[in-house]
Design a protein around this ligand. Structure first.
Ligand code: TYM
Length: 332
């Protein structure tokens, strides 16, 4: 059976981008068709300036939202990264295989390092080695597939390179993973700045639809989305990025393709209205389930405890094998 691994980072409230780009397929497809693990990657949240209490809060919220999105702990494994030591254990060994040059070429590193510096902070070493920890997340479980949005594809490519290099240099230890992406909405853009990704850690709040936004807030954000001054509704990502973003969101929420939908709308106003309603409807069941789960925190804790135990059992043999292959004595 195909093994799938993916994760979300608790650095902000989860967004419509997280949902359409990744989470929705995890619940609808991956958990049913594969042996799947989904992880709240809290260690990754420590790579930038953060408030410890907020990271804890957001980790719990992200886990609750994963379950609210439809992940069923009876058919997949949901857990928190720091609860399974194997991630950090393997990450160090992979740092001995990855190179400094590879890390510095990562687009997200360059963007995030620049942002930290703009904010007057210093760049943490863990931000540079972030993709190695991510490779460890994936390789520890022998994942064949990693369902992610487009912004994570470069990191998954790096995990592939590291796996291939390790296997060639030492012993065949790792499955070589590949990224998978949704057909539409693999890169949902900020509604106020359609040239930038809708990112949960960004500052432009009005351009970001959060999964827990009230329906009226969602409507307001979508109706105020920046488009251009044209009249005709056409799907053209280069020339009309704001409009293309709305068409992709609508296609992802209601079916159909962005091209077909473009032909069906006489005006921007009608498109925005339908997009807003489609998003509200997609979020409604998730928000209802989230409310129920918040009333039963013990359940979420049990799921995470069981998930971590299962994940540990899956990761340990591979990580032990990697330790042996690279030249470390087995512990006695
Ligand atoms: P994160 O937390 O930024 O995002 C979680 C998932 O949501 C996708 N995504 C988007 N997709 C489309 N449009 C957007 N605007 C958008 N924003 C986010 C991301 O591509 C991702 O699939 N480094 C990862 C977390 C991670 C991970 C892993 C993922 C750590 N280890 C191992 C897969 C496998 C991250 O920061 O995702």
């Amino acid at each position: 059976m195909t093994r799938v691994f993916s994760g979300v980072k608790p650095t902000g409230h989860l967004t419509l981008g997280n949902y359409l780009g990744a989470m929705r397929r995890w619940a609808a497809v991956d958990q049913h068709e594969a042996d799947a693990l989904f992880c709240v990657v809290d260690l990754h949240a420590l790579t930038v300036e953060h408030d410890p209490a907020r990271v804890r809060r957001l980790s719990r919220q992200a886990a609750t939202l994963l379950l609210a999105s439809g992940l069923d702990p009876d058919v997949c494994t949901v857990f928190v990264q720091s609860h399974v030591d194997e991630h950090a254990r393997l990450s160090y060994v992979l740092e001995c295989v990855a190179t400094d040059g590879e890390m510095r070429r990562m687009i997200q590193y360059k963007e995030k390092a620049a942002r930290e510096q703009r904010r007057g902070g210093s760049v943490r070493l863990s931000l540079l080695t972030y993709p190695v920890l991510m490779a460890a997340d994936i390789l520890a479980y022998g994942a064949d597939e990693v369902p992610v949005g487009d912004d994570q594809r470069q990191h998954v490519e790096l995990a592939r390179d590291i796996a291939v290099r390790f296997n060639q240099r030492y012993e065949h230890t790792f499955v070589v993973p590949r990224a998978t992406r949704p057909e539409v909405a693999a890169r949902v853009m900020n509604l106020q700045d359609p040239m930038s990704k809708m990112g949960k850690s960004d500052d432009v709040g009005p351009g970001i639809v959060y999964l827990l936004d009230e329906p009226d807030v969602v409507r307001k954000k979508v109706m105020r989305a920046v488009t251009d001054s044209g009249r005709e509704v056409v799907y053209d990502r280069e020339a009309r990025p704001g409009l293309a973003n709305l068409l992709e969101i609508l296609a992802a929420c209601s079916g159909g393709s962005p091209e077909e939908l473009a032909g069906a709308y006489p005006s921007y106003g009608a498109l925005k209205k339908d997009t807003a309603e489609a998003v509200v409807e997609v979020l409604r069941p998730l928000q209802e389930r989230h409310k129920e789960l918040c009333a039963d925190p013990g359940y979420v804790e049990r799921v995470l405890r069981d998930g971590a135990a299962r994940a540990r059992g899956m990761a340990r043999p591979t990580v032990d094998a990697a330790y042996g292959a690279i030249g470390l004595l087995p512990a006695v």
